[in-house]
Design a protein around this ligand. Structure first.
Ligand code: ADP
Ligand code: MG
Length: 322
């Protein structure tokens, strides 16, 4: 089983940022309001995620570290309607197969916490531990026993940049939750809870929010909302392009094309603008299962999505033309 896990890990966890994303998504799924993330050496030495979510019961700790053990899907039919971020049940198992992972959790109402340690797939027995609430996951020395993988890792600075990107995406999609991020003991992000405008101001700058257009368009089950930045923004913030489909960060050609065309059509602007936009649709209309890292999606009706995104953004931008 360890080998299967390690192969799966190669897909799910290419680098520390992927592991971090899996951990943070688990915390979000567990209803955490406060997420504290600590990294050492770009996440290669340590990735630690501390949350205040619902926690895991003692008897479920082993299960959480098992492949295809997920508490989030009850039937195969559920797969087409996933609302939670994780659903494959391979995140923790994959990470645990290529690191030394310590999982400490205090289930809501439990008298104390429990801790299990997994070293390259071998899972120890739960032991009583001290933790006020929620779950803390520590991933030590990612890939330290799989040098073939390890050599693909870039410098700590590069790996940290990927981690920070991952946190920014998750934080933009969850402005109502508080995030902190430290790297080598130094505070890098401290995001207080608020609305999208506030989170965007914190992460993409005041200028982005002040010169941007707010939109919220609905057609049937489709909704596009968020902030579309002005293409005349200073260069620094222009590159920030965030698009979320049902709460997940996504990079999609159909969507990117629709957005670009709307900017070009309405503002006659060819350079790409910054944006932070959320597309919501019936979960059955989108397949999020295309890739393990889930950055790509497949729409059932991509033509319809194209037309909707294009016209929704065009309408919003038209309102701003002097
Ligand atoms: P998935 O997220 O796809 O279900 P994971 O391997 O990422 O699979 O997690 C396995 C299970 O462990 C989850 O379904 C959940 O029950 C539990 N779990 C993991 N992380 C947390 C957390 N931070 N808080 C509460 N439960 C968690
Ligand atoms: Mg998960």
């Amino acid at each position: 089983d360890t080998l299967v896990n390690q192969i799966a890990a190669g897909e799910v966890v290419e680098r520390p940022a992927n592991a971090l994303k899996e951990l943070v998504e688990n915390s979000l799924d567990a209803g955490a309001d406060n997420l504290n993330i600590e990294l050492l050496a770009g996440g290669t030495k340590l990735i630690k995620v501390i949350d205040d979510g619902g926690g895991i019961e003692r008897d479920d700790l082993h299960l959480a570290l098992h492949r295809h053990a997920t508490s989030k899907i009850r039937s195969f039919d559920d797969l087409s309607r996933v609302a939670t971020l994780g659903f494959r049940g391979e995140g923790l198992a994959s990470i645990a197969s290529v690191s030394r992972l310590v999982l400490t959790s205090r289930f809501e109402g439990a008298p104390h916490a429990w801790r299990v340690e997994a070293d390259h797939g071998g899972v120890g027995e739960p032991e009583p531990a001290a933790l006020a609430m929620g779950t803390t996951v520590e991933v030590h020395e990612l890939y330290y026993q799989t040098p073939a993988r390890r050599k693909f890792l870039k410098s700590d600075a590069t790996e940290f940049a990927h981690c920070e990107d991952a946190v920014k995406r998750l934080a933009l999609a969850n402005p109502g939750r508080q995030f902190t991020l430290t790297h080598n003991g130094r505070a890098q992000l401290r995001l207080t809870r608020g609305d999208l405008a506030r989170r965007c101001a914190e992460l993409l700058g005041d200028e982005f929010v002040q010169s941007g257009v707010r939109l919220d368009e609905r057609v049937g089950p489709l909704r596009l909302w968020g902030i579309a930045g002005s293409p005349t923004l200073s260069k620094a913030s222009r590159d920030a392009q965030y698009f979320f489909v049902n709460g997940r960060f996504v990079r999609d050609k159909v969507v990117q094309h629709a957005l670009r065309e709307a900017y070009r059509d309405v503002l006659h602007h060819d350079r790409h603008a910054a944006y932070c936009l959320f597309l919501e649709l019936d979960p059955e209309g989108v397949d999020v299962n295309v890739h393990p890292t889930k950055i790509e999606v497949r729409f059932r009706e991509s033509q319809g999505i194209y037309r909707f995104v294009f016209s929704a953004l065009s309408k919003a931008l038209s309102g701003t033309r002097a």
